[in-house]
Write a protein that binds this ligand. Structure first.
Ligand SMILES: Cc1cc2nc3c(=O)[nH]c(=O)nc-3n(C[C@H](O)[C@H](O)[C@H](O)COP(=O)(O)OP(=O)(O)OC[C@H]3O[C@@H](n4cnc5c(N)ncnc54)[C@H](O)[C@@H]3O)c2cc1C
Length: 297
């Protein structure tokens, strides 16, 4: 539709067409985005969303692409890649825009002797993706440190949402399945601590990550831990460690990771995930639920 493209390009001159999304996901999987725009500021984000809505185009907000599986067909609409990255520190409070890489936030906190987010060390992605998925470990998560989140709401107004209304729980927030509220920024409450104390915690958390298969592309943990159980243990008990479909493989190092050992297709991953779910249900009577989100299926 040349008209749509022309109209989009008038407002978003740097827009790209048919950009391959595998370049922007940690799985290294994903077909083309019909339209692709990198938002460098909150103004860019707002402009892109308003334009997509006015033109009736589907849009998708992409952070670091580290907790999603994008189909081989790609996304038939506008992908807005978040690179709004302002950060400000005021005493123990850090304000950051949502496109900042999570690891830059952690580094800034450490440089300023601010403690509280060390458990996020080594987790890829952006601050916005981390808030949406309430990233962390089963007991510690990023929502615990939030004061408030600023979003562009479905009425296209900027709204401040206090922590109490974000509904944070294990790997969940009100933003996780609500594609209409776009996180623009977050404010974090941290505590002053000595560099030695902070470094001690960082080392502890890095040690815990050593069982993750970081040599291969993946999307982190595929499944949430079911109540009182560990997803990786269930997958192992079902005898699925090392199970392969095409180039998709259940990691030998951490069974809740599926790794892309070559040129895995999104469909290989989907088939492997559904096989795992079926086997765990049949053999152990547990229904597993994905932590990752599917895009473009
Ligand atoms: C090697 C590896 C290790 C990992 N370890 C962990 C771990 O220890 N703990 C953990 O919790 N996760 C872990 N993950 C998963 C992942 O890194 C996190 O969930 C991360 O916070 C996702 O952020 P992202 O920016 O990549 O989100 P994306 O994958 O880009 O997006 C995820 C979802 O969030 C939405 N989203 C992104 N930005 C916004 C925004 N600004 N506003 C609204 N919605 C938004 C997207 O639309 C999408 O629905 C790991 C992943 C890998 C590859």
């Amino acid at each position: 539709m040349p008209n749509i493209l022309e109209n989009l390009k008038k407002i978003l001159p740097d827009l790209k067409e048919n950009e391959v999304l595998a370049l922007y996901t940690t799985f290294k999987i994903g077909g083309p985005a019909k339209y692709f725009f990198i938002a460098k500021s909150n103004d860019d984000v707002i402009k892109a969303i308003k334009t997509a809505k006015e033109l009736g185009i589907n849009f998708f907000i992409l952070g670091g692409g580290s907790n999603i599986l994008i189909s081989d067909k790609g996304f038939n609409g506008l992908v807005i890649k978040m690179e709004n990255q302002k950060i400000k520190i005021n005493n123990n409070i850090i304000f950051t825009e949502s496109g900042l890489p999570l690891q830059k936030l952690i580094r800034k906190a450490i440089e300023n002797s601010l403690s509280g987010l060390e458990f996020c060390i080594g987790i890829p992605g952006t601050v916005g993706g981390a808030i949406a998925g309430n990233t962390g470990s089963p007991k510690e998560w990023i929502g615990q440190k939030i004061i408030k989140v600023t979003v562009l709401n479905p009425e296209e107004e900027i709204e401040e949402i206090p922590k109490s209304q974000c509904d944070f729980s294990y790997r969940y927030s009100r933003f996780k399945y609500d594609d209409k509220s776009i996180i623009l920024s977050g404010e974090f409450q941290l505590e002053k601590a000595s560099p030695t104390h902070i470094q001690g915690l960082v080392n502890e958390y890095l040690e815990k990550r050593k069982n993750q298969p970081i040599k291969y592309p993946s999307a982190g943990s595929i499944f949430k831990n079911p109540e009182g159980k560990k997803a990786w243990q269930l997958i192992e008990e079902a005898g699925l460690r090392g199970k392969k479909i095409g180039s998709a493989e259940v990691s030998e190092e951490h069974a809740n990771f599926i790794i892309n050992t070559g040129k895995a297709k999104a469909d290989d991953i989907v088939i492997l995930i559904s096989y795992i779910k079926q086997q765990v249900r049949d053999k152990l009577g547990v229904q597993m639920q994905e932590e990752i989100k599917y895009i473009g299926f």
